[in-house]
Design a protein around this ligand. Structure first.
Ligand code: ATP
Ligand code: MG
Ligand code: FE
Length: 343
């Protein structure tokens, strides 16, 4: 089964051809980050214009690189939410047009399901699985009953982890998106500031990062007022220590509670070396009867890309979950098929 996938939910336009949900035959990612940097974040109107400029060209490229033509494609997959509505609509329109013109079936994919399924491109997922999904707009612990039935068991009450990285990065004068640089700085510093670890002792799987962000900003602001120069590496290390402590603490608790066969880290923040190392280390310490297999996606598949959408679409294809010409962008889409599992 060969799937042509589209992703255009935010500031990356991407196309890919994925074989059997596991093998990347081609992947093209056109990033617009440079266009948004001077605004310190993604400008929706600018994002849509960029998507429309490149989408036909990169569709041809994905087919060419996979040495495929339309007749080799079994399904066309596209992210239809969550994300920026104008950005999503470009991918959805392109995929619908391609599907209508060729008669190839269409599959709408949830972007977050896609992030989690980046793991499937690396290794086989055994179910039930548990994922920590950390990205620019989401911070969730997801219980995966099978490849398409997901249940959110923990969520952020305010900021997402990636969003917190980007906001404190701005205070330190780091270009958007700041996560990668802060991660690098963190490895050159020490946790000297001991920022708060919110909700650590709470009896749930939820998160909160706005208190940490405020503590960070107040510390920098106070130092400015008294003309004290703080060490940026220690600031980054202290911030990251707090984020990693909270994320790994709650994740480990969920693993002990639900005993999944596979643990998956997903989303843009899954590229964070501090988080990857800590989770791998903590899971390694578990007794062997509850130790899940760990899948950390390749670094280049943590951020937004169409390969992960093609991987998720393969599972929907197998389950017969197709879309029709009424498929529309849904900017606030929540993980599908989750509700039916909750009772
Ligand atoms: P969502 O997927 O929730 O809809 P998004 O698509 O905008 O949001 P992603 O592209 O998945 O988010 O991830 C981007 C985020 O990942 C940014 O906030 C960025 O700072 C963060 N990020 C990237 N690399 C790292 C890293 N090494 N450490 C921490 N954060 C990182
Ligand atoms: Mg992005
Ligand atoms: Fe994303």
């Amino acid at each position: 089964i060969r799937i042509l996938a589209f992703e255009s939910s935010c500031d990356e336009t991407s196309t890919a051809v994925i074989k059997n949900g596991r093998e990347i035959e081609s992947l093209v990612v056109a990033t617009q980050i440079k266009s948004h940097q001077r605004f310190g974040g993604v400008v929706p109107e600018v994002a849509s214009r960029h998507h429309i400029e490149v989408i036909t060209q990169i569709t041809k490229q994905a087919l060419e690189q996979a040495k495929a033509s339309w007749k080799d494609i079994d399904a066309i997959a596209v992210t239809y939410g969550p994300g920026l509505v104008g950005a999503l609509l470009i991918g959805v329109s392109a995929a619908k047009a391609a599907s209508m013109a060729t008669g190839i079936p269409l599959i709408g994919v949830d972007h977050i399901m896609g992030h989690i399924m980046a793991a499937q491109l690396k290794d086989e997922i055994e179910y039930p699985a548990l994922a920590l999904q950390v990205s620019g707009g989401h911070t969730e612990i997801v219980l995966m009953h099978d490849p398409i039935h997901f249940e959110i068991i923990g969520d952020t009450r305010d900021d997402a982890a990636g969003e917190a990285y980007d906001k404190i990065g701005r205070v330190l004068g780091v270009n958007y998106p700041a996560g990668k640089t802060i991660d690098e700085w963190a490895h050159k510093g020490k946790d000297t500031f001991h920022f708060p670890r919110a909700m650590m002792e709470d009896d749930d799987y939820d998160f909160s990062f706005s208190g940490l962000k405020s503590a960070f900003i107040n510390t920098c602001h106070h130092a400015d007022q008294i003309h004290e120069k703080l060490n940026k590496y220690d600031l980054a290390a202290s911030f990251q220590a707090s984020v990693v402590d909270v994320l790994s603490h709650k994740t480990m608790r969920a693993i002990k509670q639900y005993k999944p066969k596979t643990f998956i880290l997903g989303g843009g923040v899954a590229a964070n070396h501090g988080l990857r190392d800590r989770l791998a280390e903590e899971i390694e310490k578990l007794p062997s009867d509850i130790k899940p297999k760990v899948i950390l996606p390749d670094l280049k598949l943590c951020g937004d890309n169409a390969a992960m959408i093609g991987a998720a679409a393969y599972n929907l294809y197998n389950a017969g979950k197709f879309s029709d010409e009424h498929l529309n962008a849904d900017p606030s889409l929540e993980l599908p098929y989750a509700q039916s599992m909750l009772n």
